[in-house]
Design a protein around this ligand. Structure first.
Ligand SMILES: C[S@@+](CC[C@H](N)C(=O)[O-])C[C@H]1O[C@@H](n2cnc3c(N)ncnc32)[C@H](O)[C@@H]1O
Length: 280
């Protein structure tokens, strides 16, 4: 342990220097947190602002259509990693009896306000329980990758299978680890009250192993003062071949292009796809 003390001293000096740089040289820029998932906890109030460009209606209608084609005509529904509940709102409006689960209570608190009719539970999607078997289970916005490693992903697939009725449908979107471009970032800005927000997000995969990350950068500028958050979410990395192999013992698996306006079979090269899995 003693051998570590010179490094600790160095670290302290570095932190002092960083403190002076931030507070004396650049006083308008507040310290950036390197957090794991501030977006789903402290910053959950800004989540919907970050997603303002997402067409949740089109996504929900598209999955409803796939459920009508492949499913058992039933309308009991669970959304995994439901966040603030935007899809659940649309599914309820389409006549579903919807429920949601998420691992972060601040997200569920917002979902409950948006969808007072729905039941929300604080659960990990890798190992969840339902009271009654369901007709449709969804997982949007690549959230399936939040399963922490291949073993958890397998557990999640087993949990979904046992929570579905016969011919029930599991729909989610996913990204193939081998098609990730580390230099691509989605960026957008939004205004709320007297603050301007800028959000950017991108995948990162080092080229081997079963972990990828989602990097998020959030800046909030109010009256000339900027706060910055950098989140890095560790997620499971999987190729589409591997993912299909995990699903096939439990489901008939159909892949579609990542297009919520049209139903087009996956072209076998796109790096994003909508998986539609029918329980066998
Ligand atoms: C990108 S957001 C998606 C939210 C929502 N589905 C949407 O499309 O806006 C990811 C969500 O996954 C949740 N999450 C992360 N890990 C989870 C886990 N292991 N089980 C359940 N939810 C999880 C987060 O709390 C967050 O609400």
């Amino acid at each position: 342990m003693l051998a570590l003390s010179p490094n600790v001293d160095l670290l302290r000096k570095f932190h002092c220097l960083a403190y002076y740089a931030r507070h004396l040289l650049f006083p308008m820029i507040q310290p950036a947190y390197m957090s794991a998932n501030a977006l789903y906890t402290d910053l959950s109030g800004y989540y919907d602002l970050m997603c303002v460009d997402i067409d949740y209606r089109a996504q929900s209608h598209s999955i409803d259509r796939l459920n009508q084609i492949f499913g058992n005509s039933g309308k009991t529904h669970l959304d995994l990693a439901c966040g603030t509940g935007p899809h659940i709102r649309h599914f309820i409006d389409l006549g579903y009896q919807s429920s949601g689960l998420d691992i972060n209570q601040p997200m569920l608190d917002r979902a409950t306000i948006r969808c007072p009719e729905a039941l929300f539970t604080l659960q990990d999607m890798c190992n969840f329980q339902v009271d009654e078997p369901l007709d449709l289970i969804t997982c949007f916005l690549y959230s399936i990758h939040y399963n922490n490693g291949m073993e958890k992903l397998k557990e999640c697939i087993r949990s979904v299978h046992s929570a579905l009725k016969t011919n029930g449908v599991f729909c989610f979107n996913a990204v193939d680890k081998n098609k990730i471009n580390n230099s691509l970032f989605a960026r957008h800005t939004a205004k709320e009250a007297d603050s301007i927000f800028s959000f950017s997000s991108g995948w990162n995969y080092c080229g081997s192993g079963e972990k990828q990350s989602l990097k998020l950068h959030i800046e909030k500028t109010t009256l000339g003062e900027t706060q910055i958050w950098d989140d890095e979410h560790t997620m499971v990395a999987v190729s589409f071949e591997e993912l299909q192999a995990l699903l096939r013992p439990y489901f008939d698996v159909h892949l579609f292009e990542h297009d919520y306006d049209k139903i087009i079979p996956w072209d076998k090269t796109s790096g994003n796809a909508i998986f539609t899995c029918v329980k066998i």
